[in-house]
Ligand binder design. Structure first.
Ligand code: SF4
Length: 85
């Protein structure tokens, strides 16, 4: 699965969510949760690794799980945790 990392914080562009064929990037712009969170998240159980969101992100926030730079090591768990709440 792909993971959304730190550059999304304060950006929340949302273009990724629009192109995801699995509709697995949340929260969606325009929903109550969108204003509550600091970034968007990918549901690792639904992502099919299609790469569409990676190309769409204007701040290059999305990496493949396990291939992120060391300073983003907590983001795979942060993404997963969003869907556990
Ligand atoms: Fe959605 Fe594809 Fe990105 Fe996975 S890689 S989150 S399926 S757009």
């Amino acid at each position: 699965a792909y993971v959304i990392n730190a550059p999304c914080i304060g950006t929340k562009n949302g273009a990724c969510a629009s192109v995801c064929p699995m509709d697995c990037i949340h929260p969606k712009p325009g929903t109550p949760d969108f204003d509550r969170v600091d970034q968007l998240f990918i549901n690792p159980d639904e992502c099919i690794d299609c790469y569409a969101c990676v190309e769409e992100c204007p701040v290059d926030a999305i990496t493949y799980h396990g291939q992120q730079p060391a300073e983003w090591d907590e983001y795979p768990e942060k993404n997963r945790n969003y869907f556990l709440t």
